[in-house]
Design a protein around this ligand. Structure first.
Ligand code: NAP
Length: 330
C-alpha cells in the first residue's frame, strides 16, 4: 500500500527537498502549511513539486490544528521540520521561538501519540545544540550540549521531548542532529544565501557592497538535497536512534566568500564586504564540525556535494534568478 508522510515546514528549504524525495519514492505527501506562510509555494515551485503535495492547514502553536492534521491524514511517518529557524531572530523573539520549536513539537507528539501512535516521528534537531562544546575538535552523538541561543535552547528542549516520548511510550521517535545545510532555496536571511545573493548582485552591477557579522566563524556546510536522504534513512532503521548528519569538513565565512567571489571572477572580495557589528551574535558560536561516522556506518550515508560545488551552485542559481527578474544579460 502507498505510504504517507505528514511534513511540517513543507514550504521551507528542507520541506521542499524532502517532499520531492518522498514523492520520488511513491509517498503521498501531506504538507502542513500556515495560513500566514512566508515562503508559500516558492521553494516547492522551484523544485517542481507543488502540485503533487496535499496541503493541510496548521500551525505548530495551534494544538487543535495539529490534531486535525494528524486525524485527517493518519500518516505512516511524520517529519517535524517546522521551526522559527533563524538564530538571530531567536534573541528578538525568544518566547515565540520556544512556543514553536519546543512546545509545538510536544503538541505534535501528543497529537501523534493519541491519534496516530504507530506513526514514526522525525525531529529536525540541530548542531547549534552543541554550542562551543566539542571533543578533539569534533561534535559526535556523545558530545555534551551547551546551547548558546534561544533557538538552540528551544531545539534542545524538543530533542529531549522526542527522546522522552520514545522512552516513555515506545514510539518510533528520532532526532536527526543536522549540521548546517544549504541550497539555492536557503532563506535569504542565512549567511550563505546572503553571500550568494549579494555576490550575484555585485557581479551583475546591481550592488557594490554588503555587511556580514563574524567572518572567522567556521561551520560544517553540506547540501540540503543530501541531508534529506539521511532523514529518510534515519526513519527507516529497525531501531529508533539519533544520528548526526554532517560533512566532517569545516570552512570559515571567509572561505565561503573566497569561493563565491572567485567563481564570478572577482578575487578582491574585501572591497565588497564590510563587517557590521549589528550582525554579531550576543553569544557567539565559533566553530562547528560534526562526525557523521555513525550515519556512515549504520545508514551507509555519505554526503555527495562538496563545499566548493555547493557554493558555486548557490551563486549560479542566484545569478540566474537575478538575470530573469532584472533582465540583465551580462
Ligand atoms: P526554513 O527554510 O526556515 O523552514 C522553516 C519552515 O517552518 C517553513 O516552512 C515555515 O513556514 C515553517 N514554520 C515556521 N513557523 C511555523 C509554525 N508556527 N507552524 C507551522 N510551520 C511553521 O528551515 P529549513 O532550513 O528548511 O530547516 C528545517 C528544519 O531543520 C528547521 O526545524 C530547522 O530549525 C532545522 N535545521 C536546519 C538546519 C539548516 O542548516 N538548514 C540545520 C539544523 C536544523 P512559513 O513558510 O510559514 O514561514
Amino acid at each position: 500500500m502507498k505510504k504517507s508522510a505528514l511534513v511540517t515546514g513543507v514550504s521551507g528549504q528542507d520541506g521542499a527537498y524532502l517532499s520531492r524525495l518522498l514523492l520520488e519514492k511513491g509517498y503521498t505527501v501531506y504538507g502542513l502549511l500556515q495560513r500566514s506562510t512566508r515562503y508559500a509555494f516558492a521553494n516547492l515551485d522551484y523544485l517542481g513539486v507543488t502540485a503533487d503535495v496535499d496541503f493541510v492547514d496548521g500551525d505548530l502553536t495551534d494544538e487543535a490544528s495539529l490534531i486535525n492534521a494528524v486525524c485527517r491524514t493518519r500518516p505512516d511517518e511524520i517529519y517535524n521540520l517546522a521551526a522559527q529557524s533563524f538564530v538571530g531572530t531567536s534573541w528578538d523573539q525568544p518566547i515565540l521561538t520556544t512556543e514553536i520549536n519546543a512546545v509545538g513539537t510536544m503538541k505534535l507528539l501528543e497529537a501523534a501519540k493519541r491519534h496516530a501512535p504507530q506513526a514514526k516521528f522525525y525531529q529536525a534537531s540541530t548542531s547549534e545544540m552543541f554550542g562551543n562544546c566539542h571533543q578533539d575538535g569534533l561534535q559526535t552523538e556523545e558530545t555534551p550540549f551547551h546551547p548558546r541561543s534561544p533557538y538552540a535552547i528551544s531545539k534542545l528542549c524538543a530533542y529531549w521531548i522526542v527522546n522522552n516520548y520514545r522512552e516513555s511510550y515506545g514510539m518510533f521517535c528520532v532526532n536527526g542532529i543536522l549540521f548546517n545545510h544549504e541550497s539555492p532555496i536557503r532563506g535569504k536571511e542565512f549567511v550563505t544565501r546572503k553571500i550568494s545573493h549579494n555576490v550575484a548582485k555585485i557581479k551583475l552591477g546591481l550592488s557594490e557592497r554588503f555587511g556580514l557579522g563574524n567572518l572567522d566563524s567556521t561551520r560544517d556546510w553540506g547540501f540540503a538535497g543530501d541531508y534529506v536522504e539521511a532523514m529518510f534513512l534515519i526513519m527507516h532503521q529497525d531501531v529508533p536512534e539519533n544520528f548526526i548528519v554532517s560533512t566532517g569538513e569545516t570552512h570559515s565565512i571567509r572561505d565561503f566568500l573566497t569561493v563565491a567571489f572567485n567563481h564570478v571572477g572577482i578575487p578582491d572580495w574585501e572591497k565588497h564586504v564590510y563587517v557590521d557589528p549589528a550582525f554579531k551574535r550576543p553569544a557567539e558560536l565559533f566553530s562547528l564540525k560534526g562526525s557523521s561516522r555513525k550515519a556512515q556506518e549504520k545508514l551507509k550515508w555519505t554526503p555527495k556535494v562538496k563545499f566548493e560545488e555547493l557554493v558555486r551552485m548557490m551563486v549560479d542559481a542566484d545569478l540566474e534568478r537575478l538575470r530573469n527578474t532584472n533582465k540583465v544579460n551580462r
